[in-house]
Design a protein around this ligand. Structure first.
Ligand code: ZN
Length: 95
């Protein structure tokens, strides 16, 4: 099974290290031989670092992947990481 569609459907799990070993080797093998999927994998990894997962797999045109990759490399690290534990302080209501 070395086709792009299948590999791309597995990419989120692959990036998240959730694939069983046999699928992992299949994906790794495909990524080593397919530049388009390898580029998409990098985009997914960049997305994972920013903490924003797409709800479902979105087909990405190669041109867009290139632009995103370029933007990611230019931008480097995000300026500020979101803190999900940040408390919202509600002022006490005057009685
Ligand atoms: Zn491919």
């Amino acid at each position: 099974m070395s086709d792009c569609g299948l590999v791309r459907s597995l990419l989120l799990s692959w990036v998240d290290e959730k694939l069983p070993q046999d699928l992992k080797s299949e994906v790794a093998e495909h990524l080593a031989s397919c530049g388009a999927c390898a580029g998409l994998e990098k985009t997914y990894r960049a997305t994972a670092r920013l903490g924003h997962w797409p709800d479902e797999e979105i087909p990405v045109p190669d041109r867009l992947t290139g632009a995103v990759m370029e933007a990611v490399e230019t931008a480097g690290k995000p300026e500020k990481e979101e803190d999900p534990d940040e408390e919202i302080v509600v002022p006490t209501k005057p009685v």
